[in-house]
Design a protein around this ligand. Structure first.
Ligand SMILES: Nc1ncnc2c1ncn2[C@@H]1O[C@H](COP(=O)(O)OP(=O)(O)OP(=O)(O)O)[C@@H](O)[C@H]1O
Ligand SMILES: [Mg+2]
Length: 467
């Protein structure tokens, strides 16, 4: 990897600042931490605070006894700065009492000297976890504010939550991002989320899809052209790079780029300068690049269809978006989300899907991922009289539970999921049989009525609406 993509990759490592007047201790912290994190250090409070003002710091290890300004005073100042940073105090046994006071001031935890290597790593990792959670909360809060725009990312599966943290983290940097994932998984949605979480949010987000542009015009699209550069170039035109100045350029379906524009793109990424087609002057560009691909770029590199050096330039921060079939717990939320969206669009009042339709949606292989799910819900909301979408309203593929999984069959269901599905199915059938007499159903099932009610609410079970 080249020097500055390494630099950029390092951007997303967590940064630990050690403030201690003892050079030996600073050194031992560095030795313990530097394999996993970036380490900065300072010999006293004022210099530590200065570093905080200048660079991003995630966690601070702060000695309580410092010459001049002591740790507690430093901590007070940090809290006044209102920086999202976790502080771990380092104390000698005698000052543990001070440490406890300091915790009340908002320190994350404290370490007592002498410490073990593992102990240091553990407390730092825990502090970082809390930082990550806070970021996730910030992320979700800002996503909730996006509701009206329909640009919101839906999903609470473990996979998606991990993705939210990566988005929030990478958004703080200008590092190049490569998003990979099957078609319809939400790559563009994620690229937009990174942009609007970043400091570039007030600058343009410019998408460009080379696969959709006539080959001869790609360079002019990307880099612009001067008047008269080629037949038909009547006017000077700005390329997408210049249009994205200060913002984010989203290079979609990057694998479609042919050899020549690949070479040009590489040069732009290296030099951060562009030259319009037919031009003589080079212009500096400040854009964050986010590229996306639904083919395995590594394989394209192996086939020599994609330049290896360009691949490494782009793949500084890789983000892999999991296919929908591997995060089935998101299906319910997505269904709800799209029903709400299309109800609004079509002025309908669909309230949900019937339980058996839901099971079918959950079991389906989703080769077209979220886009396919969205299309199916759109069509159903448009056509179905309501209030529920029934199983027979769904496309044949879904009803028959065809899997289409590209990489073989869907993995077997975890036992807990299978049991829950069985239970849901059974309860639905019993309820239907007793015409939704909940008292009778509870007796037949051997459940307390409250337990039954809870399960009905949890799964959103409801009586059939058709005769
Ligand atoms: N997690 C999600 N929450 C809500 N909507 C989503 C989600 N993922 C995808 N979508 C929606 O599905 C559609 C497809 O998403 P998007 O265009 O981002 O996919 P993509 O990965 O870029 O697909 P392709 O590779 O085909 O270009 C969009 O309408 C998008 O809003
Ligand atoms: Mg796309």
């Amino acid at each position: 990897m080249s020097q500055d993509s390494l630099e950029a990759a390092r951007d997303v490592r967590s940064v630990i600042l050690v403030v201690d007047d003892d050079p030996g201790l600073r050194e031992s912290f560095r030795l313990i931490l530097e394999e996993e994190f970036d380490v900065l250090d300072a010999p006293d409070g004022p210099q530590g605070l200065e570093i905080l003002r200048r660079s991003r710091v995630d966690v601070m290890l702060l000695d309580i006894r410092l010459p001049g300004m002591d740790g507690v005073q430093v901590l007070e100042q940090i809290k006044a700065l209102d920086e999202p940073i976790e502080v771990i105090l380092v104390t000698a046994v005698k000052t543990v009492k001070t440490a406890v006071t300091a915790m009340k001031l908002g320190a994350f935890d404290y370490l007592t000297k002498p410490f073990e290597e593992e102990e240091v790593l553990a407390v730092v990792r825990r502090a970082l976890e809390r930082r990550a959670l806070q970021r996730e909360v910030t992320f979700l809060r800002s996503e909730v504010a996006r509701r009206e725009d329909g640009d919101e990312i839906v999903g609470q599966s473990a996979e998606m939550r991990k993705l939210y943290q990566v988005i929030a983290q990478v958004a703080q940097t200008s590092a190049t991002v490569l998003i990979t994932g099957e078609s319809g998984t939400g790559k563009e949605l994620i690229a937009r989320a990174i942009h609007r979480q970043s400091l570039r949010r007030d600058k343009p987000f410019v998408p460009v899809n080379p696969a959709a542009i006539v080959e001869a015009l790609i360079e002019s699209e990307l880099f612009g052209h001067e008047r008269g550069a080629f037949t038909g170039a009547y006017q000077k035109k700005l390329g997408k790079f210049e249009l994205a100045q200060g913002g984010t350029l989203f290079l979609d379906e990057i694998a479609a780029l042919k050899a020549e524009p690949q070479a040009k793109l590489l040069r732009v990424l290296q030099e951060r300068e562009i030259e319009r087609v037919g031009g003589t002057r080079r212009t500096a560009v400040d854009v964050r690049i986010i590229a996306a691909t639904n083919v395995d770029l590594k394989r394209a590199v192996a086939r020599e269809a994609f330049r290896e050096d360009l691949y490494y330039r782009l793949n500084v921060v890789p983000i892999a978006v999991p296919p929908l079939r591997s995060r089935r717990d998101d299906i319910g939320r997505l269904v709800e989300h799209f029903i709400r969206k299309f109800n609004q669009q079509f002025g309908k009042r669909i309230t949900g899907v019937s339980p058996d339709a839901f099971v079918a949606l959950e079991d389906y292989g989703w080769p077209g991922n979220v886009r396919e799910l969205q299309n199916i819900i759109e069509r159903s909301v448009a056509l179905v009289p309501g209030p529920l979408i029934q199983i027979q309203d769904l496309p044949m593929d879904v009803i028959l539970g065809e899997h289409h999984a590209r990489d073989g069959e869907a993995p077997p269901l975890p036992l807990s999921v299978a049991i829950e599905r069985f239970e849901r199915n059974l309860i639905q059938r019993v309820l239907d049989r007793v015409m939704w007499n909940q008292h009778e159903a509870a007796q037949l099932l051997g459940l307390h009525r409250n337990t039954l009610l809870r399960k009905i609410a949890k799964w959103g079970l409801s009586p059939p609406t058709r005769s």
